[in-house]
Design a protein around this ligand. Sequence first.
Ligand code: M6R
Length: 366
Amino acid sequence: ERGEYRHYMQKEIFEQPRAVADTLESRIGPHGVLPNIFGVGGDELLAKVRGVHIIACGTSYHAGLVAKYWIEEYARLPVAVEVASEYRYREAVVPADTLFVAISQSGETADTLAAMRESRRRGYLGTLAICNVPESSVVREADLKLMTRAGPEIGVASTKAFTTQLAALALLTLRLAHERGLDETRYLALCEQLQSLPRMIEQALQLEPEIQALAEHFIPRHHALFLGRGVQFPVALEGSLKLKEISYIHAEAYPAGELKHGPLALVDEDMPVVAVAPNGPLLDKLKSNLQEVRARGGELIVFADKAAPMDGNPSRGSVLRVDAGGEFIAPAVFTVPLQLLSYHVAVLRGTDVDQPRNLAKSVTVE
Ligand code: M6R
């Protein structure tokens, strides 16, 4: 039931603190990730992993891209991420002791399932499913599993499935990082940060009225550009997919450093540019990228970390402050305002938010 909410999508956006808390429940504690959360023999298998291949589609693919940044940074293992429809038809090279990870909300996406079946032939150490439906095909056929506990997701646009996938992938990252000798103090600090994620998402949801006001700017637009850097680039990709999917505004995402290699040519006063600006070593670089947009009259909408030193409002556009709660969980927290933005743009444009045209919730055909 939708209850007080206007659409399932809005309800599901607001369910995220609960869904993420449920996904972390009894899997992580004050001393770290708990044993045996990936199923029988999981910890033994994960101890042998020397590399990771992640396969998924759409939003689940974006979760995989975030995990690449995490696993490479904290566990120092090489990670390749690919959309399932490409992976299944090419001869991927599989180095020894590589783990195959399939990410899927439904567990019935035809391409993801086919890719997983194909992986059997390619000599992986084992397969892990990160999935929201326990009785699904992807889960049944995987060696190891870590269920997201988002509950049923009705809106075609994936929201709570994505943030719970990030929570599950964060657990995988921490398990691998610990195994690979990450400094104990740092490990425990990251565990603590992850446990604060439901609270930080709750805070980000409070931005709804401001975001709703911002959404008005998008009503007459035909295009939008999303920018991020580092681990926030996949968040920008996810933000642009959400906007396309439910508001039918053409949106593209770029790692901000690529701007001057082409897309800057598109920027004029009719092009809103949405940027995710967390605090961190790349902030100054991002700021100079945003300066390039400003100089061309583009309207800037910046979601900036509370801790990030940013000047006040740009001449055209706005800066919204988000408390990211730390570098590790920041991509999950910054996702929330972007979901709210797409949602309110779509509502204002009067589209069918929960059932966007031409799309199905679960893509069970190729
Ligand atoms: O069920 P899955 O996670 O395998 O679905 C993958 C994509 O079809 C899905 O994420 C799709 O991109 C969503 N509609 C995005 O909001």
